[in-house]
Unconditional design. Structure first.
Length: 317
């Protein structure tokens, strides 16, 4: 009887496995990586210790700043240039992929590759590391990012008619005033050079949802977000403004308030280096552990704000 029960139990387990509807997909963790959207990456250059940029300032000698001369003028200004160099840090990134031989052989019988699964995990970790270094940097490494740079001027959003500064309590026109203020601040600080006027704005997801969900008026069908895009000062000057949500803006302002980040999203204003993109650099078998070890490596540069005047923070929204 015991043998019969055991046989029946094994048979039912086999039958259950046969009748099971299996989803062949591998469901990975939920995650968000947005650095590709918000900054330009300069790739290539090989293994380096630092990256650098050269900057120039111009000036003239003498008392005749304007350069306007008369027939017998001897005070003719001479142009001079002051060349400076900024040096930026580069960090090494590395992960090890370990594939036990027995586990890989087992997974192959069901059509899965442990190597591919772990490879996806390493690439996710790589992109998350870039996200961190782009937006906030690493305090332990002495670098900051897009949302917390000490080089960028920050302001506190003014109160609206409700007596508070948060966008949840402001009217559409008051929110537009905040957006135009921060854009105009970058334009003014850049000597009214249009290439220095902010064209990219990051806001916390909650405020972004508010802009999308609320209409300009009860009688209208246009969202506040579309109202801002259509009526901001940058649009008036021929610049397409992009307003996007970013979780890194939550609590990034003074006193842990929410922050708006406005900047020029162009390679010659803000960028970061990827001297060596993620690559498999070496693989070797480990006989004692019956596994294969693969080393992945890359180099990540810090967020480089080349022109701080083209960026501005607005806190308390």
């Amino acid at each position: 009887m015991l043998m019969t029960d055991s046989a029946i139990g094994t048979g039912m387990a086999f039958l259950n496995g046969e009748l099971e509807k299996r989803d062949p997909r591998l469901l990975e963790p939920l995650q968000s990586v947005t650095w590709q959207r918000d900054i330009v990456a300069k790739t290539g250059g090989g293994w380096v210790e630092f990256t650098s940029n050269y900057f120039s300032d111009y000036g003239t000698t003498g008392g005749n700043d304007a350069g306007i001369i008369g027939g017998e003028t001897t005070d003719i200004p001479i142009m001079q240039a002051n060349i400076t160099k900024d040096v930026f840090k580069v960090f090494d990134f590395a992960n090890i992929l370990k594939v036990p031989f027995v586990d890989q052989a087992k997974l192959q019988t069901i059509g899965r590759s442990l190597d591919n699964i772990l490879d996806e995990g390493i690439r996710l970790n790589y992109n998350k590391s870039i996200d961190n270094i782009v937006y906030t940097g690493y305090a332990s490494l002495g670098v900051t990012g897009l949302v917390n740079s000490p080089l960028v001027t920050s302001s506190v959003a003014p109160n609206g008619l409700s007596g508070t500064a948060t966008w949840a309590t402001k009217t559409p026109d008051e929110i537009l005033d905040d957006v135009n203020f921060i854009i105009n601040a970058t334009w003014e600080a850049s000597e009214y050079d249009l290439t220095g006027m902010a064209n990219h704005i990051l806001i916390p997801p909650q405020q972004y949802a508010l802009l999308v969900g609320r209409k300009v008026s009860d009688a209208g069908s246009v969202s506040i977000l579309q109202f801002l895009i259509d009526n901001n000062i940058a649009r008036n000057q021929g610049i397409d403004l992009v307003i996007v949500p970013s979780r890194w803006c939550v609590g990034a302002g003074a006193g842990s308030t929410d922050r708006v980040v406005a900047y020029v999203n162009r390679e010659n204003r803000v960028n970061f280096d990827l001297p060596v993109p993620l690559s498999r650099v070496m693989t070797q078998p480990n006989v004692q552990q019956m596994s294969y070890l693969t080393a992945y490596a890359a180099q990540l540069g810090q967020c480089k704000i080349l022109y701080p005047t083209t960026m501005r923070y607005l806190d308390g929204i």
